[in-house]
Design a protein around this ligand. Structure first.
Ligand code: ZN
Length: 298
């Protein structure tokens, strides 16, 4: 349907254990939890978690009836499945955000945390997310902010060549992007979202502070400072709650997956381990409890 921008692949990565479990990132994890609790509706129907990884945030969506964990990496999803188990509440889907395998207007809510960070074409990714949402659905987006205090200081003291105030994304490592908050707001508006709330997160992400101050104190300080996101955003991480406005209708009753290649639905589910598209003939594998829409089966 669309050309595919390059995708950042965490296949086989030890991201969860190396970065989160052993990486001394309790502070980041706890302040994210607070921001999420503040922005996400307390209850809801079907939630799409984009870039779910190994399911670190999934238990925080307890008020939702069903959660679709979507990630590009099958091995991350396998870790999530080991952690959360197989139940009617969770569905594991390996897919590319630029080619989402869901019928339009399906979800009541979506979250995308630490994921836009890897999108070479962020506006296109946001557009795809918008299409899968019902009118009125809530979308919680976290993005890495190029206009953060550290980048501003480094730029001022000529330790960094790129300008933190300009609107274009900065790719500081391959497929790792920081964005300007104003650019993200403009993209959201263009694809039919209304921003309702902005929180700034991880004000004190500095090794020295983490070493000197107790974790609980840092978390409480960040919790208070998050509200200032309404007026200015100078933190490395920004959370936004946006609402899908107008346009698209809700998905037809009973419809769920569509073919990511040609957009056709419904998919034929007569085979146990595949879904088949009757329009383009492609077959999409179901393996180890994971619906795999990355590439069509042979
Ligand atoms: Zn098809």
């Amino acid at each position: 349907m669309t050309d595919r921008p390059p995708v950042c692949d965490y296949e086989g990565s030890d991201y969860q254990t190396a970065f989160w479990d052993a990486g001394d990132r309790q502070y980041e994890d706890r302040v994210e939890e607070i921001a999420l609790r503040r922005l996400l509706p307390a209850a809801g129907g079907l939630l799409l978690e984009l870039g779910a990884g190994a399911g670190r945030n999934t238990p925080r969506y307890g008020g939702f009836e069903r959660i679709v964990l979507l990630d590009y990496s099958r091995t991350q999803l396998q870790q999530a499945r080991q952690r959360l188990g197989d139940s009617a509440r969770y569905l594991y889907v390996a897919a590319d955000i630029y080619r989402l395998p869901f019928v339009p207007g399906l979800f009541d809510a979506a979250t995308m945390i630490r994921t836009l960070h890897h999108m070479a074409n962020a506006p296109l990714a946001l557009q795809q997310v918008r299409q899968t949402l019902k009118p009125g659905a809530v979308f919680i987006l976290e993005f890495a902010n190029k206009q953060n205090l550290k980048a501003i200081l480094r730029y001022a003291f000529r330790r960094q060549s790129w300008n933190p105030f300009s609107l274009e994304p900065i790719e500081f490592a391959a497929l790792n992007f920081d964005f300007h908050p104003r650019a993200v707001r403009a993209w959201l508006a263009e694809c039919g979202f209304e921003v309702q709330q902005t929180l700034t997160v991880s004000h004190f992400r500095m090794a020295l502070l983490k070493r000197l101050l107790p974790l609980g104190l840092l978390v409480r300080m960040d919790s208070l400072a998050q509200w200032s996101g309404r007026w200015w955003q100078l933190t490395p991480s920004v959370f936004v709650r946006a609402q899908a406005k107008g346009g698209a209708a809700s998905a037809p009753e009973g419809q769920f997956f569509r073919c990511p290649e040609c957009g056709h639905f419904p998919l034929n589910n007569e085979e146990v381990d595949h879904l088949r598209c009757s329009s383009c003939g492609r077959r999409w594998r179901i393996r180890d409890g994971i619906y795999d829409f990355r590439e069509a089966a042979e």
